[in-house]
Design a binder for this molecule. Structure first.
Ligand SMILES: [Cu+2]
Length: 317
């Protein structure tokens, strides 16, 4: 249990304003709950063992009125008041970038909003710069995450940064992330959404603002290399029907944008480190690596072709 107390995916090791509040609320409720539990056990013990002889009606009614009505009403009203006063602070307007995140089966479609470039990914407002499974945000700013989903309900959760927020088809939910220190944090889907739900992770990379701007600018560029046999085979073998690589003929919209796939830390939604070997293994049979995945296996392709495509993907930084 103690291994859960720190690390990139721990709510006990907060790196964001909302996560700090949630943790404080948790400790106070834990302490209060423990104290009340001890009192209840004490009263039960006294009732069963401590006192011999009958109780008067009056003392019974007094216990119910004070212990069963007044006390819970005061405690719950206090907690409600505290929770309500905390909320406006957490839902303050963002002063940083807007990032649209669409929860797909079973990965995260990301789009960095760019001034003057409106558009739509499914029902989300979309900016100009698409990515997937890795979200960069600037330190010391409140970044607005706009969340939706095209098909089923998912939940967006980065435990060290903030509480959970559902991604619901047909509506857009907002979540504000306000990181307090730089680092790479793990996120997960926190609402069962299908077979590969367990493997629906992502990374959040918190960097200084200038680095964030440079990152988004670099992600906006077309692919680093667009010729050679890998690029040609990618289009020929049908990958282009589902994937976009900007600068090539591939403009599919079913799977993640692969224009800068090699610049991301992981592939398959947080599951594997980005290496040429992992690209090849994923192309050969994604299903073996990520059961339930929505990408078909391409093990029918000759091994040289898989290698050529994987090597090309490895250059797409
Ligand atoms: Cu999900």
């Amino acid at each position: 249990m103690l291994t859960g107390c720190q690390g990139a995916q721990s709510a006990f090791d907060p790196a964001g304003v909302e996560a700090e509040r949630v943790l404080t609320l948790f400790w106070i409720m834990l302490a209060g709950g423990t104290a009340i539990w001890i009192v209840v056990i004490g009263v039960s013990y006294y009732a069963a063992r401590g006192k011999s002889g009958p109780y008067s009606d009056r003392s019974g009614i007094r216990l119910i009125v004070w212990g069963g009505c007044v006390f819970p009403a005061v405690v719950l009203a206090g907690l409600l008041w505290w929770g309500l006063t905390m909320m406006p602070e957490l839902r303050r307007a963002a002063d940083g970038p807007t990032i649209a995140v669409s929860a797909e089966r079973f990965w995260w479609r990301v789009a960095y909003a760019v001034e003057g470039e409106p558009g739509v990914i499914r029902n989300l407002p979309r900016g100009g710069v698409p990515s997937a499974n890795e979200i960069w945000i600037p330190l010391g700013k409140r970044t607005e995450i706009l969340l939706s989903s095209p098909d089923v309900i998912h939940s967006f959760w980065v435990p060290p940064l903030a509480g959970k927020m559902d991604a619901i088809p047909g509506r857009v939910n907002r979540l504000v992330l306000e990181p307090t220190r730089p680092g790479v944090f793990n996120g997960a889907c926190a609402e069962y959404c299908g077979t590969a739900h367990t493997y629906m992770g992502f990374r959040v990379v918190v960097v200084p603002e200038a680095e964030f701007e440079a990152y988004v600018a670099s992600q906006a560029l077309p692919a680093a290399t667009t010729d050679g046999s890998g690029a040609r085979l990618f289009v020929q073998n049908g990958c282009a029907a589902c994937h976009t690589v900007r600068g090539t003929a591939a403009d599919g919209d079913v799977g993640p944008d692969l224009t800068h796939v090699a610049s991301r830390r992981t592939i398959a939604a947080g599951l594997l480190p980005t290496t040429v070997e992992n690209f090849a293994a994923f192309i050969r049979s994604a299903e073996h690596i990520k059961p339930g995945v929505e990408m078909p296996a391409f093990g029918i392709l000759p091994e040289e072709e898989i290698t050529a495509i994987a090597q090309w993907l490895g250059k797409l930084e």
